[in-house]
Design a protein around this ligand. Structure first.
Ligand SMILES: [Zn+2]
Length: 140
């Protein structure tokens, strides 16, 4: 933070504004927490834990809507949609469901995610019936 949010005076790095005397300690600590949670999100993404990364980036944004955190969140959304398509292509329904949960954590439930959920439910049931079919036929 370079300027006082109350009077717009340039700040020298103190937690109190030299012009209006506003106590900016909490604002500064929120900025620091936003940065720490952004770092955590990045670390969890590198550790291939996108579910935890999504929680961490949401927490970072709850402390401060920084451009870096918003860009990272968008990156995570794109990454998770790609993971969702891969899960669907590989018919890995469990992975696809986990990815949907991460996407919901990132931007709530929406029409698109609901349709993906229906698609996964439909296709995975089809698979289970095909397996039962096959098992029924092979036991004859
Ligand atoms: Zn001020």
């Amino acid at each position: 933070m370079q300027r006082c949010p109350c009077c717009n005076a340039r700040l020298s790095g103190d937690s109190r504004c030299s012009r209006c005397g506003a106590d900016l300690g909490r604002v500064v600590s929120c900025e620091q927490l936003a940065g720490e949670w952004l770092s955590n999100a990045w670390r969890m993404m590198c550790a291939k834990k996108p579910d935890i990364a999504a929680q961490a980036i949401n927490r970072s944004l709850s402390f401060k809507q920084t451009q870096a955190a918003q860009v990272f969140r968008q990156f995570l959304v794109h990454h998770q949609y790609r993971a969702l398509y891969e899960g669907l292509a590989q018919q890995n329904w469990q992975n696809a469901r986990q990815t949907l949960a991460v996407l919901r954590a990132l931007h709530g439930n929406n029409e698109t995610l609901s349709r993906f959920q229906d698609l996964i439910d439909f296709l995975s049931v089809g698979d289970a019936e095909a397996v039962q079919d096959w098992q029924g036929r092979s036991s004859l």
